[in-house]
Design a protein around this ligand. Structure first.
Ligand code: NAD
Length: 293
């Protein structure tokens, strides 16, 4: 069993830390919002990141964005981590920051993996996340027992930054699919169709996708989702906007044509501008419904 310092126990981190503790690991958590820590059974609570990581064999971070990740590693993890501790950053951040931090960690004698996830809050709670991992094969092998507890699948995608690269491609596809499902249900609504019938057909037909069958934006259709809970996140629009921004930066840098990715970025930017940053990303259906054809 490993001793783990876990930093960032928000929507995603809380379930991941809980599952590690349930599996018998010694987990010490820290979050800027300490109220959250009190709701996680089986973990110890530290007063700072420095306290959480000192003495830990593994450090896991699940933070909002690259700036926070860089600040936490440079400010408190690098100076306080035990010799040889493995760092696993599960946040979704830009490829460049992931690569630079891995180099800085290596210079201090630590392996560092970028290991962003897919699967949402439900996956974090159920321990069924999918991990996309960048970094050394040796680091991946060391992390595997923990990734097995927190997820159902872990793919070693390549060197440092490769996990983040795969993640932003995945989320760009997800955003486009979510908007396509929202448009399908709104068109069905305007045509006076029964949304349940559309779900019954499409969930078993060629439009089948995760945004439809697992995370349907239409309330009272399919499994219980954020749509049945007033679009409470879940996966906040602000985070989808962030991920699409990372994808658009990467598309520009690499010369990839991503017209629908750009349209999705614009739609989520508008959602954030309207003050809906904290609404679940499936709440985009409201804007689709309000749009005039
Ligand atoms: P969140 O905002 O709920 O959680 C982030 C936590 O980090 C918060 O509790 C915050 O207080 C804490 N934090 C911020 N700065 C900190 C610091 N300097 N020190 C300690 N704690 C700090 O976000 P989330 O939904 O849990 O997402 C976390 C990451 O996972 C993001 O990068 C997101 O893009 C990614 N992600 C989220 C989902 C999802 O469905 N929510 C799915 C896949 C990936």
């Amino acid at each position: 069993m490993a001793s783990i310092g876990f930093i960032g126990i928000g929507n995603m981190g809380a379930g991941m830390a809980r599952n590690l503790a349930k599996a018998g690991h010694a987990v010490t958590v820290f979050d800027l919002d300490m109220e959250k820590a009190k709701t996680i059974e089986g973990v110890s609570v530290a007063a700072s990141t420095a306290d959480a990581v000192s003495g830990a064999q593994m450090v896991i971070t699940m933070l909002p964005a690259g700036k926070a990740v860089a600040a936490v590693y440079r400010g408190e993890v690098f100076p306080n981590a035990a010799d040889g501790a493995l760092f696993i950053d599960c946040s979704t951040i830009d490829v460049e920051t992931a690569r630079v931090l891995a180099e800085e960690a290596a210079a201090k004698g630590h392996a560092m993996l970028d290991a962003p996830v897919s699967g949402g809050v439900a996956g974090a709670e159920a321990g069924t996340l999918a991990f996309m991992v960048g970094g050394s094969a040796e680091g991946f092998a060391r992390a595997a027992p923990l990734l097995d507890v927190m997820g159902a699948k872990a793919v070693h995608c390549g060197d440092a930054g490769a996990g983040q690269g795969v993640k932003i491609c995945n989320n760009m596809m997800l955003a486009i699919q979510m908007i396509s499902v929202a448009e399908g249900f709104v068109l069905a609504e305007k045509l006076g169709l029964d949304p349940q019938k559309l779900f019954d057909v499409s969930s078993a037909a060629s439009a089948q996708c995760w945004s439809l069958t697992t995370y349907c934006p239409m309330p009272e259709v399919g499994p219980q989702t954020s749509a049945d809970n007033g679009y409470k996140p879940g996966f906040a629009a602000a985070l989808m906007h962030k991920d699409l921004g990372l994808a658009m930066e990467a598309a520009q840098a690499s010369g990839a044509g991503t017209a629908f990715g750009q349209a999705a970025f614009d739609a989520y930017a508008a959602m954030v501008e309207r003050g809906e940053a904290d609404m679940d990303f499936s709440g985009i259906i409201k804007a689709v419904r309000a749009a005039k054809g």
